[in-house]
Each structure stands twice: as C-alpha cells, then as structure tokens.
Write a protein that binds this ligand. Structure first.
Ligand SMILES: CC(C)(COP(=O)(O)OP(=O)(O)OC[C@H]1O[C@@H](n2cnc3c(N)ncnc32)[C@H](O)[C@@H]1OP(=O)(O)O)[C@@H](O)C(=O)NCCC(=O)NCCS
Length: 96
C-alpha cells in the first residue's frame, strides 16, 4: 500500500504513506516504495518538500525514513509529537 498526497499546492508540499506486509519486511520493499513515491513527488509533481510520519516504536519505519532523507537531500531533524507517538520527518528536494 502506498499513497502520495499533495498537502499544499502553494507551498509545494506533500505527504507519503506506505505499508508493507510483515511477511516481507526487511527485504528492501519499503525503501523501494519510498524512493518511488519521492521520485513521483519531486520529479512529476514538482514538490519541494515531502513529509512522512512514523511510529518511533516501529524501527523499520524509522530506518526507512532515515534512508529516504539521505537520498533526498537536506533534511530537518525529527519533530516529536508525544500526543500521537508519531515522529515526523521530511525530505527536501536538494535544489529547490
Ligand atoms: C516501514 C515499513 C514499510 C518498512 O518496510 P520494509 O520492506 O521492511 O523496509 P526495508 O526492507 O526497506 O527496510 C529498511 C531498513 O529497516 C530495517 N527493518 C525493517 N523492519 C525492521 C524491524 N522490524 N526491526 C528493525 N529493523 C527493521 C531493515 O533491516 C532495513 O535496514 P537496513 O537499511 O540496515 O538494511 C514496514 O515496517 C511497515 O509497513 N510498517 C507499518 C507502516 C508504517 O510504519 N509505514 C511508514 C510510515 S507511512
């Protein structure tokens, strides 16, 4: 399952959501999906910044986010949201 939502057309921001069946976790599928979504968002939709949230207890999810940020260019630090136990990260296009 994967989704790319444009959250702000004016600010060119989007959000990606993805999930992989637990039977195939750890085989690179999550990272590949994330890369594909970033490519669509940055190249096809010309977004400048793409967000993703993850539960910090989900180590695989946090790891995928970290890898995507490195691939995508500059990044801000995570912003913790204790209320939802969510962690927000974003990937910024390196030249925008
Ligand atoms: C996040 C998720 C998509 C990762 O999918 P995946 O196919 O396992 O991802 P990858 O195989 O690309 O794994 C990336 C890294 O995380 C590690 N990893 C995966 N599952 C892990 C786990 N349960 N515990 C620890 N590390 C884990 C992998 O070993 C890999 O590490 P590496 O880069 O050192 O090789 C999957 O865990 C998932 O569907 N989670 C629930 C939904 C979710 O949290 N979505 C993300 C936010 S929208």
């Amino acid at each position: 399952m994967d989704e790319l939502h444009v959250r702000s057309r004016g600010q060119r921001q989007g959000e990606i959501i993805y999930a992989v069946h637990p039977r195939v976790w750890g085989q690179g599928v999550g990272t590949a999906i994330g890369q594909e979504l970033l490519s669509t968002g940055f190249e096809d939709l010309e977004l400048h910044r793409i967000y993703a949230t993850c539960d910090p207890r989900n180590l695989g999810s946090a790891r995928v986010l970290g890898k995507l940020r490195k691939m995508g260019g500059t990044s801000s630090s995570h912003r913790a949201d204790p209320g939802r136990l969510a962690r927000l990260g974003h990937v910024q296009h390196p030249r925008r």
